[in-house]
Design a protein around this ligand. Sequence first.
Ligand code: B16
Ligand code: MG
Length: 215
Amino acid sequence: NIRGIIFDLDGVLTDTADYHYQAWQKLADEEGIPFNRQANEALRGVSRRASLMLIIGDRRYSEVQIQEMMERKNDYYVKLIHNITSKDLLPGVVPLLDELRQAGIKIALGSASKNARVVIERLGIADKFDAVADGYSVQEPKPAPDLFLYAAKQLGIPPSQCVVFEDAAAGIQAAKAAGMWAVGLGPVERVGAADIVLSSLAGVKWENLFRSAVC
Ligand code: B16
Ligand code: MG
């Protein structure tokens, strides 16, 4: 009996991944660190600090330099997301959110991003969420279960009655570690550990998903 759904943001509700990529690329170029679109794939759903650590590899930087680079990347990212509108919602998102609300299911955001609130506001869907768990909510990032457990707690629903929609391997891992059902969006190689794998949310009806698998 599922009562709560937790949505990841980047890669599930909208594709901010390309903006994250552009911002990291600019930073890497300025620092003379090799980086490209393919390397960016490993950063999907990964926190800002962990992303930077993957980019710098074994290059040595002080904590002060690391902080400065994270801020610089974020400044670039914040500029890029300025122009987000409801046109940037991925197909199927709004009908699904509306169907869930109609069915009396509680909805939470579960994003690693510290910019998540701004993004859902720009997308025009902020009022569709009963709770928001974002980059400020917990200490331990995905794949730790903390963020999704926080979201479930905000909803007042036990983890076993929650489903997480995720596009990242780290996110699926976090959902399973939290004792939740996981719907993976994307290729099996990436989200195959989920209970259900879908290519996208386009045309997805909760009623059908519900009947076919998780419950
Ligand atoms: P920020 P999600 C994640 O969002 C992104 O996929 C990841 O690329 C980013 O580093 C992370 O948020 C932190 O974002 O730098 O804005 O705090 O997929 O968890 O919605
Ligand atoms: Mg994601």
